[in-house]
Design a binder for this molecule. Structure first.
Ligand code: ADP
Length: 398
């Protein structure tokens, strides 16, 4: 069974065609600059990379070109579009409507529209992508997989903010979290690596990329997560500030004469390790600068690591213990020094990192010492595969 996984952004579209018999990626690619000048498709299937620069007025044209690339006799990987048994779409926000992936229906599309207020940049693009696929592949079943779904098991005490209750009832202000598909994927894999059913494991999963979040997972279910109403809360990120005193918002707006949009932009695009270091939002650049004696780069890394460490400690308290700690995403999978810095000082919780084993990048391995009470794992995330697995599951049981 071949599944096409689609991730639509406002002007982009990422895709993978996965053969679910063996979970091999047959082809993958990226379309950029949809609807603007310089539209470009980069496809890797059979043979060399294929690049096509041609005007694409909307996502429907982009999907059409992707399907053409998949069946092309030189760089394609299938003979006919009908070989695609199902399509899985990544959706950023399902609000509190969806706690699981579902088959696409008109009602589902309406509900995704309902959640536009919670993901104004992403959900409209997802709807355009779904509609384009439904037009071009009208008989192919489609599934939607929500970044927020895994976090829907959080108890009320974890997802409510201490604001007037009407802010929740009138404006849906609560914690929804993000990166759920990744947290789910690595928590399942960690349980498998522990040789246990996810039941009876208390786990903290750290998704550390440009965007970063931690989740507390008990018995395979998310009980808390660091991102909130939006992906701005929680950890320090590439360009996002994460947690801070909320009174800073009106304070800076007044002091700098900023509009709400400008303040939003400052916190989302100009803060985090970029804002602190003044060097870059890319952790590799910051690590290099810190090694060369740049104080602000070192400070940015220290603040980042300290915040992750605090979240691990607070989630251990929230869960009443911790059995397993997982690192994933760009930095979590690749930065040997970040994992070391984060784990340092957590020995009192039974977290002991093996420095030799930790000398690894991008592989699923255990990196804790023999006598560490808590198992520590590096696990490369694979959101596309998780989406494809959910898609197969739903389509099979249709
Ligand atoms: P996103 O999907 O949120 O854009 P990724 O999960 O791809 O992010 O992670 C990107 C981040 O991972 C970048 O800041 C990058 O610097 C960091 N990263 C990737 N490889 C390494 C490495 N070898 N050492 C340190 N950081 C790395």
């Amino acid at each position: 069974m071949k599944v096409l996984v689609i991730n639509c952004g406002s002007s982009s579209l990422k895709y993978q065609l996965i053969d679910m018999e063996n979970e091999n990626v047959l082809a993958k690619g990226l379309v950029e600059r949809i609807g603007i000048e310089g539209s470009i498709l980069t496809h890797k299937g059979k043979g060399d990379k294929f690049v096509l620069e041609t005007p694409m007025k909307d996502h429907q044209v982009a999907v059409e070109l992707v399907l053409n690339a998949l069946v092309n006799k030189d760089h394609g990987v299938i003979n006919d579009v009908c070989e695609i048994a199902a399509v899985g779409h990544r959706i950023v926000s399902g609000g509190d409507i969806y706690s699981k992936s579902v088959i696409v229906t008109d009602e589902v599309v309406e509900n995704i529209k309902e959640c536009i207020k919670l993901a104004p940049l992403h959900n409209p693009a997802h709807i355009v992508g779904i509609n384009a696929c439904r037009t071009l592949m009208p008989t192919t079943p489609m599934v939607v997989v929500f970044d927020t779904a895994f976090h829907q098991t959080m108890p009320e005490k974890a997802y409510m903010y201490a604001l007037p209750y009407e802010m929740y009832t009138k404006h849906s202000v609560r914690r929804y979290g993000a990166h759920g598909t990744s947290h789910k994927f690595v928590s399942l894999k960690a349980a498998e690596m522990m040789g246990k059913d996810a039941k009876n494991i208390k786990m903290v999963t750290c998704h550390l990329g440009n965007g970063a979040s931690c989740s507390a997972v008990v018995d395979g279910k998310c009980v808390d997560t660091s991102m909130g109403l939006t992906p701005l809360e929680g950890l320090v990120m590439g360009t996002r500030c994460g947690d801070m005193d909320p009174a800073i918002v009106p304070y800076i707006m007044k002091a700098e004469g900023l509009s709400p949009e400008e303040m939003d932009n400052l916190m989302n695009k100009k803060s985090g390790v970029l804002g602190l270091s003044g060097v870059s939002s890319d952790f590799r650049d910051i690590e290099d600068a810190a090694k060369n004696g740049n104080h602000r780069a070192k400070l940015a890394l220290d603040v980042f690591h300290y915040r992750v460490r605090k979240y691990i400690g607070s989630y251990a308290a929230a869960m009443g213990g911790i059995d397993c700690l997982v690192f994933t995403a760009g930095l979590g999978e690749n930065s040997i020094s970040s994992r070391e810095e984060i784990c340092e000082g957590l020995e009192f919780l039974g977290i002991k990192l093996d420095k030799e084993k930790n000398n690894v990048r991008g592989k699923a391995v255990e990196v804790s010492t023999e006598d560490s009470r808590v198992k520590i794992y590096v696990i490369p995330t694979n959101e596309e595969l998780m989406i494809a697995r959910d898609t197969v599951e739903l389509v099979k049981n249709k």
